[in-house]
Write a protein that binds this ligand. Sequence first.
Ligand code: MEV
Length: 318
Amino acid sequence: MICSAAPAKVILFGEHFVVKGKPAIVTAVNLYAKTCIMELESGKHLLISKQLRQETDLDKEHVPEQLAQFKRIYEIIYEKYGVIRGFKAIIDSDIPVSSGMGSSAATAVSFTHSLLRFLGVEFKLEDVNNIAYEAEKLVHGKPSGIDNTVSTFGGIIYYKRGYMEKLNVKWPQNLSLVVVDSGIKRNTGKVVMDVLERYERHEEIMKHIYVAAEQLVNKAKNLILSSRFYDLGELISINQSLLESIGVSIFETDRIIYAMIESGGLGAKISGAGRGGIVYGLFMENSLNNAIHRLKNIGYKPIIVKPVEKGVIEFHSS
Ligand code: MEV
């Protein structure tokens, strides 16, 4: 079987502002979406999502809504590379769905990568990224492209529409990202549209907030490049305040953020679209236990994630 795995992401700084051309910083983390493909003699093109507990025949005109992005990928590849031998693709993922960790992008990247490998055609990672971006448009409406980019290329990335720069630094051993899923699911495309509409209603005010976000991300980039990771905490908190002002912060995520700060977090903020979804906090090793205990006490399941350097990878399964 041909298998590919693509990582989840945590947006460290700059979500939403990135949709209007400002920069953001994102890291790939060690949770993965995986696709394995095997040949089918019948010539059918079947797709099974274990995580969503759905399956479909990709040649059908209508497929379940949550699987539409895979049909889009299949069609693009079909148009570009011609007839595809019959296959069964099985998609599985450790990444929580609709939470802000880039689950849809990572599944799109892993499916695209494994299907191109199955076909045996020559391709570049840019091709995978571009095809996955087309699928993201179906899911999110006006995506900036940040999610598919980090899932494809991995590492810590400074990203603007049409530009990406890998920040080649070593993440310190004693620094962790703690991620908590608020459990509140929301539609990224809808939140993005609401934020854009708020911008239009109050442009004279909002433009300053967007410039502040840009300055903040550039400052964070310089700190990261000079390995001053421990100084990022305050910028994370300022970024959270900017997210509040664009209307994506809610009581449940605020509660998680305060619990993280009170238990020793250097900084904490929403990551991704907000209005629920995930919160991440930056923690030194010595406050980690305290934080995990506190977050569990208020009913959440914190996970510790680490930045990973690689994006989509091949693996073999029998
Ligand atoms: C979603 O992961 C991040 C947003 O900035 C949307 C986007 O960049 O496409 C909210």
